[in-house]
Design a protein around this ligand. Structure first.
Ligand code: C2E
Ligand code: MG
Ligand code: MG
Ligand code: MG
Length: 285
């Protein structure tokens, strides 16, 4: 009975946690259904070596085209997957689809690199390396051509476990990248304490290098940081030639963005993999 103030909060808490549980169960079911039906699928965005201008690989990006709601933003449903404990299922699906697609395409015979996003919450899960290794045994693809981009949506709480998981992944031969470096929860602390092979400079800075001296300073320092740590630097969100040319001047290693290629099906750019992109004429310094 909701008569006294003392009872009310307890009752409300019970009601809301039951509602949460129902909501979670129905969301989990929806996600599982979308994973099975193909409403959740993968697109690929090409990545370029800035100095040579060649495309060397692509990043797999997940999409959800819901039958009723249409396209759902990845940022939104990835957060939901984390909240209801479906990140492992989503990641497995992306591993299977992306590695399977590249392994069975003409790109398999080249040295094409594949990058896949992995949420940092999975670095607390000791089963991840075994899961990847199981997928690689079904879809033969050299692990050294695979990069996992670790995205910190929330702070890594247990560095010891994260390091253990990362060591196991590196033992398989994969490269590890710290994604969206410089914004949100991604930090110097993570870069210091965990073993990365690559640093992805967030679009927040890249999109401003053209017009902001401050942004250019930050990107220059991040490129220097990467070079001093002997890890690759990748700029994300390159939208025009001037930005690309600035990145070349400051010797950033690799670039990705709408100017170089939008996320698309693997077939749509597979034939570009062995040649230079015609649109990529860099201004010489
Ligand atoms: P991200 O890994 O930093 O990926 C880059 C995002 O920027 C992608 O958004 C991409 O479509 C977008 N983008 C690329 N070039 C440009 C550009 O030139 N301009 C602008 N404005 N945007 C550009 P998307 O596909 O919406 O993905 C958002 C985020 O969702 C990703 O950010 C990543 O953190 C996460 N995500 C995507 N796929 C997966 C996945 O399979 N697993 C996990 N755990 N996270 C994923
Ligand atoms: Mg990424
Ligand atoms: Mg990123
Ligand atoms: Mg980003």
């Amino acid at each position: 009975e909701r008569t006294t103030e003392a009872h009310t909060p307890v009752l409300l808490a019970c009601e809301s946690s039951q509602a949460d549980r129902l909501w979670n169960v129905s969301l989990q079911a929806k996600i599982d259904q979308a994973l099975r039906s193909g409403e959740i699928y993968v697109v690929y965005q090409p990545q370029f070596d800035i100095l040579s201008g060649t495309m060397f690989g692509a990043e797999a990006l997940v999409r959800w085209n819901d039958r009723e709601r249409g396209h759902i933003s990845p940022a939104y449903f990835i957060e939901q997957c984390e909240q209801v404990g479906r990140m492992d299922a989503l990641t497995k699906k992306v591993f299977e689809d992306a590695i399977g697609a590249v392994a069975t395409s003409p790109l398999a015979a080249t040295d094409f690199q594949l990058s896949i996003n992995v949420s940092a919450i999975l670095l607390h899960d000791l089963r991840v390396a075994a899961m990847l290794s199981e997928v690689l045994s079904r879809c033969p693809f050299p692990a050294r051509r695979l990069t996992l981009e670790i995205t910190e949506t929330s702070r890594i709480s247990d560095y010891d476990t994260a390091r253990l998981v990362m060591d196991r992944l590196r033992a398989l031969g994969v490269r590890l990248s710290i994604d969206d470096f410089g914004v949100g929860a991604t930090s110097m602390e993570t870069l210091l304490l965990l073993p990365f092979d690559e640093l992805k400079i967030d679009r927040m800075f890249v999109s401003r290098v053209r017009d902001s001296a401050k942004a250019r300073c930050i990107v220059e320092s991040l490129v220097k940081l990467g070079s001093d740590l002997r890890i690759t630097t990748v700029a994300e969100g390159v939208e025009d030639a001037a930005t690309l040319s600035t990145l070349k001047e400051i010797r950033c290693d690799a670039a990705q963005g709408y100017f170089l290629g939008r996320p698309n099906t693997l077939d749509s750019f597979a034939n570009l993999a062995t040649s230079h992109l015609p649109s990529l004429h860099l201004r010489q310094n």
